[in-house]
Design a binder for this molecule. Sequence first.
Ligand SMILES: Nc1ncnc2c1ncn2[C@@H]1O[C@H](COP(=O)(O)OP(=O)(O)O)[C@@H](O)[C@H]1O
Ligand SMILES: [Mg+2]
Length: 274
Amino acid sequence: MSAKKPVLEFRKVDKSFGHIDALNDISIKVVEGEVLCLLGDNGAGKSTLIKTLSGVYQPTRGEILMDGQPALFSSPREAQERGIATVHQFGGTYPLMSIGRNFFMGSEPTRGWGPFKYFDRKTANRVAVAEVQKMGITRITDGDRLVGGLSGGERQSLAIARAVYFGARVLILDEPTAALGVKQAAHVLRIVNEAKRRGLAVIFITHQVMHAMAVGDHFAVLIRGAIAADFRKGQKTREQIADLMAGGESIASLEASIEGYRDTHDGLPPPPAH
Ligand SMILES: Nc1ncnc2c1ncn2[C@@H]1O[C@H](COP(=O)(O)OP(=O)(O)O)[C@@H](O)[C@H]1O
Ligand SMILES: [Mg+2]
């Protein structure tokens, strides 16, 4: 179907915590230049799946392959060094530091040598602003600005631009749009598309079917730790996806109240129940 290569692959992966089976026989591929949307209700196993992909947990059974070769990530750092970047809901940025500092956190460009070495603020700012702008966020023009002053969407964008710049091959986004307003979410969705265009393999976790449909090439629905459905763009309607996420039950009966909610909330669907 597609000549694009899988970067990461799960083969029959199980993950148990004591007697809780959080993941059960998961086989899935993450392909370069594609967005895999991971859908499912709270407790379905989405976070466990990405934590197992990114070295936080090791599988109880089964295999992880990277570029077709068996891979074992014994720590998040090891996965990161292999190009697996995770961006969390609030971007993982430091609010009291500048954009330039945040961008280069841990790998700051320096000038001088030995005791005369100092953080090269100008270079850091110039590169950070240029990279964020390349991702389509043109409102960021001053690398000295504190990250705390950015909107949630801008912070996410900064974190994504940084991952792309440092050579990430797999970008994992855990509910990036959950806490954002409509415009901010649109920014993040645009950046996800940009990361994909640059050939990254993206895993996008969301509760919001419309957000998934805006970026997803491939969809996997988790129910109680197992893949209940696995399909590609265009193969299911919004209603079918929403039903699957609700555990296979029809949510047609909820539609009326959802529509009522939309009328008073800028057309947004209700937030997921917690
Ligand atoms: N560290 C852990 N120890 C024990 N149980 C866990 C742990 N992490 C997750 N679980 C359990 O595994 C299941 C899946 O959780 P999670 O992956 O967080 O779901 P999701 O991200 O889809 O909401 C839940 O039943 C949760 O309670
Ligand atoms: Mg989760």
